[in-house]
Design a protein around this ligand. Structure first.
Ligand code: CA
Length: 221
């Protein structure tokens, strides 16, 4: 499987590339923004590992350009800073996952495996749970057949529920999966997002398990 590793720190790039190659991936390493942008658009990669701080053109701009031109390759974003706003910007720009530096290569390869697994599953088509249907190709979710107008983070949360029907997801888990961090602000943001999702669908669509979290029942009521 071919992976594009976009990283201008040659130490990190060499280390990550050799560890991924040991796991059997074919890794192309690029270090400047414009070439990453071009190659990500023209070549067929199973996934892209994208450092946000690249010379010439920053990773967020590259990602936005890819998504606006229909490049759907799963992207795992790396950043030195790891700030809250940067994470949100990254997801809004179309990142599939997020890893703050410094990281262990084991962590990166576990995230990458999960990303590839999700992307293979997604290629199978649509998934349904309860009154929701998710189409990963077009990144659309419908509720009783009606297409929902969702922000990227709402989409991310809703797809977690659809992927895990009948599983109670705790606020901490939702915050770390959706927002990339699990502090109080992130947990509050999760609760606000649940309220918005209920407004956009049905007040009973996502159920509360008091003291535990939230659940999307797999079967229709
Ligand atoms: Ca960098």
């Amino acid at each position: 499987m071919r992976i594009l590793l976009a990283e201008d720190d040659s130490g990190i790039a060499g280390h990550v590339a050799s560890s991924l190659e040991r796991e059997g991936y074919r890794v192309d390493v690029l270090s400047t923004g414009p070439e990453v942008w071009e190659q990500g658009e023209t070549e067929d990669y199973a996934a892209i590992v994208l450092d946000l701080g690249l010379p010439g053109l920053d990773g967020l701009s590259i990602l936005k350009r890819w998504r606006s031109t229909g490049v759907e390759t799963p992207v795992l974003v790396l950043t030195a800073r790891g700030s809250w706003m940067e994470r949100v910007d990254g997801f809004d720009a179309g990142a599939d996952d997020y890893l703050p530096k410094p990281f262990r290569t084991e962590e990166l390869s576990a995230r990458l495996r999960a990303l590839l697994r999700r992307s293979r599953k997604n290629k199978a088509g649509t998934k349904s749970a309860n009154r929701f249907t998710l189409d990963e190709q077009s990144r659309r979710i419908t509720f009783d057949g009606r297409e929902l107008d969702l922000t990227p983070l709402e989409y991310r949360m809703m797809s977690l529920f659809i992927d895990n029907p009948d599983v109670v997801l705790s606020p901490i888990e939702l915050a770390s999966q959706v927002q990339g961090r699990d502090d109080d602000a992130a947990k509050n943001a999760v609760e606000a997002m649940i309220a918005r999702l209920r407004k956009k669908t049905d007040s009973e669509a996502i159920e509360t398990r008091r003291g535990f979290g939230y659940v999307l029942p797999g079967k229709r009521p």
